[in-house]
Ligand binder design. Sequence first.
Ligand SMILES: Cc1ncc(COP(=O)(O)O)c(C=O)c1O
Length: 380
Amino acid sequence: MSHATQGKVSASAVRPMASGRVFNFSAGPATMPLEVLEQLQADLLDLRGGGAGILEISHRGELFEKILQESEDAFRKVGNISQDYAVLFLPAGATQQFGMLPLNFLADGASADYPDTGVWTSKAIADGKEVGKINEIWKGADFGYRRTPRAGELKTTPGSTYLHYCSNNTVWGTRWVAPPQPAAGAWLARDASSDIYAEPLDLKGCAFLYASGQKNLGPSGMTMVVIRRDLLKAPVRKLPSMLRYDEHAKAESRLNTPATFGMHAVGVMCQWILRQGGLVEMQSRAKTRSDLVLAAIRNSNGFWKANAESECQSFVNVLFHAANPKLEPLFLKEAANAGLAALAGHKVTGGMRASMYNAMPVEGAKALADVMLDFAQRNG
Ligand SMILES: Cc1ncc(COP(=O)(O)O)c(C=O)c1O
């Protein structure tokens, strides 16, 4: 089986638990809270007693206006986002932002700084280079992508327009301990696709943040963009309207017929986060879950090895390998039999990856840690 196939929740390979659901460690689309799924299920058939479901009502109608406002309000409330920033719900995933960001802001003759911390930043760099001058100011490949830059290691470029970084590297399971400092006069752009709302949001010094939905926020195909209002002006070059942030902001994320279901789902997910106790609680759960899995690695007498260096270990993506990689397919099979799904690592890393976003119960991490230690004991 290829790694790509192993990563999927396959109905035949994974034995669900008595609840009928599995602990789903997929990196995204990822597990969602049952409560949220049930709310969305009901809203598909009948939204607020209007006799029509969320997929059926006009994006310009009064009811959807209210739904979208509620989603934005809940999203702002969770992250404590002030009106200094616009919040946009945009299509085409986080990948679309790799191109839109430089298209809007990187003028001819100017440059932007991009530390490369693995796969997603490499893609952002490649797309950025299609538009203008990208300074690759740090190369994670030199460190096997096992860590992010240390304090003082980054050399920014004087006169650069912005610095783009990815705060949590989903594929390699590393995170930045503190945000990078852009060059004087430059602003910070953050890809927060996998760590948004898994911890309190700090927008200090950050002018532009984007995150795809399918990890901590719900549906795929939907990207949240948080953009400081002073950046909402005509782009540095002529662009079609769908590629312009200022146009999306003017049209309140409805330049075209948007992904209405996704916009609603993000709101329902944010309301769930608020009911759970907000981001302090989300952070505490994320730490508990990752600590459980990391303790299993530490206590395995070298049977399991973590990928990331410990100071920049991600709280939401834990990558690990078996010291004897030949045992990994058997482990994945046994884990699937125990109802632990989608643990195969990304195709570029191999090994295992436990993605544990907001909706992963702490019991899921506990079950994984138990299975890891039991497997190590029997096969070590
Ligand atoms: C950190 C990061 N950035 C960007 C992306 C790309 O997101 P999308 O597939 O929604 O375009 C991903 C997807 O997993 C990601 O993890």
